[in-house]
Design a protein around this ligand. Structure first.
Ligand SMILES: Nc1ncnc2c1ncn2[C@@H]1O[C@H](COP(=O)(O)OP(=O)(O)OP(=O)(O)O)[C@@H](O)[C@H]1O
Ligand SMILES: [Mg+2]
Length: 339
């Protein structure tokens, strides 16, 4: 038997597995594709360079990290097979592209079957009614792809994966929040048991920040995202008075407030009471800029959390995962190992 953890995200696809010596191996690809001119010359060049590509009809698509490189070289933009956490309904090629990327990060199967893969799926988005049905399609399509690749697929809600990887020292009790590119995924556990009222997704994330800043300043999304991801150009610990960094700070603040307004709203309907303060762990690529955890602490301190009877819902430590881009795949792997 073998087990792998797989995070199928809007921006990145990540796999983690443990070898016989207990060493963890990570493989990651950008969740992206780029159409290149079809023809024998191109195909031969791609083969010689060992570029990852898919052929569909008379079209060729470079996928993953290579797609980003190609897009930049062509002065264009790569496309994404996922949009706001789900397989994109606007990209007919999406399923074949995702299959190729998943096969690449899963790599070889080791040992005899069964080969299990625990894969992440978003929770139900509560701020976008129209997309709730998409979750069933998304989960079903990934299940089919993994079965076709010879695996036994086990879905796991993204926020729970973060809880499994980051809340061990808190006895798997707390609020785990994955801040991704397309979504924010929240999961709450009490001694590892899921609290469903506080487990949900919101259809906003890093992409929303990039697009909002770009629209406000009439800049390109790629330029904005480049500044956001460069710690020499942007930090949440610095105060800016103009330009892209200032606009990024404004939308980061708005995103964090948006998320905790939803958490507080859900807590308000809660017919439960927790005696001890709930720790909060934040993870995901969007938590990367310095100062993100302080921003969360500030917003949490300014938000009133109380249940349906008005009992205070206490928040404990707020901390950031050590490896924000890997904790979903890591949590999936833990779930696969522990069962
Ligand atoms: N160093 C960085 N600074 C700021 N933002 C970053 C950094 N690195 C990555 N990001 C942002 O993090 C996001 C990707 O994070 P992550 O990989 O957790 O998302 P995902 O799992 O692919 O998406 P989702 O969970 O929403 O489907 C992108 O918006 C990206 O711009
Ligand atoms: Mg994610």
């Amino acid at each position: 038997m073998s087990v792998k953890g797989l995070d199928v995200g809007t921006a990145f696809i990540v796999c983690q597995e443990e070898d016989a010596t207990g060493k963890i191996h990570t493989r990651s690809q950008r969740d992206a594709f780029f159409e290149v001119t079809s023809g024998e010359m191109t195909k031969n060049a791609l083969n010689e360079n060992e570029t990852n590509y898919v052929k569909m009809g008379d079209k060729l698509y470079v996928v993953g990290d290579d797609a980003m490189e190609f897009a930049e070289a062509m002065g264009s933009k790569a496309r994404r097979p996922l949009s706001q956490g789900f397989i994109s309904p606007r990209e007919p090629e999406a399923l074949a592209i995702i299959k190729k990327l998943i096969a690449a990060v899963l790599d070889k199967q080791v040992g005899p079957p069964p080969h299990k893969v625990v894969f992440s799926v978003p929770a139900e988005p509560i701020d976008d009614e129209s997309r709730r049905a998409s979750l069933t399609y998304h989960r079903g399509s990934l299940t089919t792809i993994l079965e076709q690749l010879g695996y036994e697929p086990i879905p796991l809600t993204e926020g729970l994966a973060v809880a499994y990887s980051e809340l061990r020292e808190h006895h798997f009790t707390g609020i785990a929040i994955s801040w991704g590119a397309g979504m924010i995924n929240v999961a709450t556990t009490y001694n590892s048991v899921t609290i469903p009222e506080l487990t949900f997704a919101l259809a906003r994330g890093g992409d929303w920040i990039d697009e909002s800043v770009a629209a406000a300043l009439e800049e390109s999304v790629a330029v904005v995202c480049g500044v956001k991801e460069n710690k020499d150009e942007f930090s949440l610990a610095t105060k800016y008075s103009s330009g892209i960094p200032q606009a990024l700070s404004i939308y980061y603040d708005a995103l964090v407030r948006y998320a905790f307004a939803h958490v507080a709203n859900r807590v308000k309907g809660l017919k439960r009471r927790f005696v001890n303060p709930m720790p909060i762990v934040v993870s995901g690529g969007t938590t990367s800029p310095p100062g993100f955890d302080d921003l969360v602490r500030r917003v949490v301190a300014e938000t009133a959390f109380s249940n349906y009877k008005g009992d205070k819902f206490l928040i404990g430590d707020v901390f950031r995962a050590k490896k924000p881009l890997l904790s979903v795949a890591g949590g999936c792997l833990i779930k696969g190992i522990v069962g």
